[in-house]
Design a binder for this molecule. Structure first.
Ligand SMILES: [Zn+2]
Length: 382
C-alpha cells in the first residue's frame, strides 16, 4: 500500500523538482538554490552554514534524545518515542491568563512601549480565538490592512500550546504594528526571512519566564521540555528538511533519475544521521523514509530553512533581551520597524546577527545545551 503511495508522490514531487531545475537552467542561474534566494538576495552561505552547523550540533540533539530515553525509561527508543511528553502540563489556562502571562513575560525584556501596545491589541478584539465548527485549523496573523491593525486567528483551547501560540502570533502582530507605524505602505511588508524572528523570540522569552517561575519540579520539567521540543522542531528538524531539499534538487541537477524510492532512501539516511541511529540513540525503522511525502512545504522550494535561521536569530535576541542589553534591544526594535525597507539579510545583519556566519547557530545549540543541563540536573534530584 505505502509503496504505491511512495511511487505516486515520487512522481509528483519529482516533476516539481524537474520543473524548478528547468527554470533555474533556462534563466541561467547557478542552480535552483541560487534562483530561490535571488529574489531577496540572500547569500548562499546562509543555507550552507545552517546545514553545516546543524550537523556540527547533532551531538547536542542526541544528548537530548538520550536524556529523554532515560527519563521515560526506554531501552530502545524509536522514532515515535520522540513525541511522548516528558511531564504532564501544570493545568489549563483561560485566554485572559494567557494574555497576562505573555505581558508579564515580555515586560522586562521588551519594555513598557511594547507591552502597552500589546495590551491595547488584546483589548481591541483583533483576534478570533473561539474554537467552532467549520473553522480552519492553525493560527495566523494577517497584517495587510495597513491603515487599520493586524487581525489574528487561532483556536484557544486552554492548553499550554495555546499559550505559546498566542505569544507567537502576537509577536507577528506587534512586528506589523511597529513596521506599519515606521514605514510607508510601499515598504511595510517584511520578508519571510525576518517574519519568524519576533514570533519565535516571544516564544523563547515566554519559555524563559515559565522556567524561572515554575511552582513545582514537575512544572519546571514541563516548561524545559516544551522549550527543548520547540528548539528541536524549529531548528534541527527544519535544517534536516533543508538538507533533504538541497540534495533532492542536486540529484536532478546532476541528471540522476528521481523516484519515490530514491527520495525515501535519501530521506532515511538523513533521518538516521540526525537521530543517531548508528550510535543507538534513536532507532529509525526503514518505513519512516517515506516521511518526506507528508511534508507539503517541499513544494515551496527552499522555504523551510527560514524557520531554522529565524529561530537562531530569535535565540540570539532572546538571550540579549533577557540580559537587559540596551544596545541589542535598540537594534531589535530597529529591525521590528524596518519592514521591507532593505534586503532582509542586511536588515538582520544590521541588527547584530549575521546569518551567513556560524555564530547564531552555535548560540542556539548553546542555548539547547543549557536547557538540557537544567533538565538533567532536575531529573537527577530525588
Ligand atoms: Zn509564525
Amino acid at each position: 500500500m505505502f509503496k504505491a503511495y511512495e511511487r505516486t508522490l515520487g512522481a509528483i514531487y519529482g516533476a516539481s523538482l524537474r520543473g524548478t531545475v528547468f527554470q533555474a537552467k533556462a534563466r541561467h542561474y547557478q542552480d535552483s538554490l541560487a534562483m530561490a534566494q535571488s529574489g531577496e538576495n540572500i547569500p548562499r552561505a546562509v543555507y550552507t552554514t545552517l546545514v553545516q552547523e546543524a550537523n556540527a550540533g547533532l551531538p547536542t540533539l542526541h544528548r537530548y534524545f538520550k536524556l529523554r530515553s532515560q527519563m521515560l525509561g526506554l531501552k530502545d527508543a524509536g522514532y515515535s518515542d520522540i513525541y511522548v511528553p516528558l511531564a504532564a502540563p501544570a493545568g489549563s489556562y483561560t485566554q485572559a491568563e494567557a494574555e497576562q502571562m505573555t505581558l508579564t513575560a515580555l515586560a522586562k525584556p521588551l519594555g513598557a512601549d511594547y507591552v502597552s501596545k500589546l495590551a491595547a491589541g488584546f483589548k481591541g478584539q483583533w483576534m478570533h480565538s473561539t474554537p467552532q465548527r467549520g473553522k480552519r485549523s492553525g493560527a495566523y496573523m494577517n497584517g495587510s490592512a495597513y491603515d487599520v491593525h493586524p487581525f489574528l486567528l487561532m483556536s484557544f483551547t486552554g492548553d499550554y500550546e495555546s499559550v505559546t501560540t498566542l505569544a507567537h502570533e502576537w509577536g507577528h502582530a506587534m512586528h506589523t504594528v511597529y513596521t506599519a507605524r515606521a514605514q510607508p505602505f510601499e515598504t511595510s511588508e517584511y520578508a519571510t526571512f525576518i517574519a519568524e524572528i519576533p514570533s519565535t523570540a516571544n516564544e523563547l522569552l515566554l519559555a524563559d519566564y515559565m522556567v524561572a517561575n515554575a511552582k513545582s519540579k514537575q512544572e519546571k520539567i514541563f516548561a524545559l521540555s516544551q522549550e527543548l521540543e520547540g528548539l528541536r522542531g524549529t531548528f534541527f528538524r527544519q535544517a534536516m528538511f533543508a538538507e533533504f531539499e538541497l540534495a533532492a534538487h542536486q540529484k536532478v541537477e546532476n541528471g540522476e533519475a528521481v523516484s519515490g524510492e530514491t527520495l525515501s532512501n535519501l530521506y532515511l539516511d538523513l533521518l538516521k544521521r540526525y537521530h543517531g541511529d548508528a550510535q543507538g540513540v534513536v532507532k529509525i525503522d526503514d518505513i519512516y523514509g517515506v516521511e518526506w511525502a507528508y511534508i507539503p512545504h517541499f513544494y515551496n522550494d527552499f522555504y523551510v530553512y527560514q524557520y531554522a535561521t529565524c529561530v537562531s536569530a530569535a535565540a540570539y535576541f532572546a538571550e540579549k533581551l533577557g540580559q537587559g542589553d540596551a544596545a541589542a534591544r535598540e537594534r531589535y526594535f530597529t529591525l521590528l520597524q524596518a519592514g521591507g525597507s532593505d534586503e532582509p539579510y542586511k536588515l538582520v545583519k544590521a541588527a547584530g546577527v549575521d546569518l551567513a556566519s556560524p555564530e547564531p547557530y552555535r548560540a542556539l545549540v548553546r542555548r539547547m545545551n543549557r536547557v538540557i543541563d537544567e533538565l538533567e540536573a532536575l531529573n537527577a534530584q530525588k
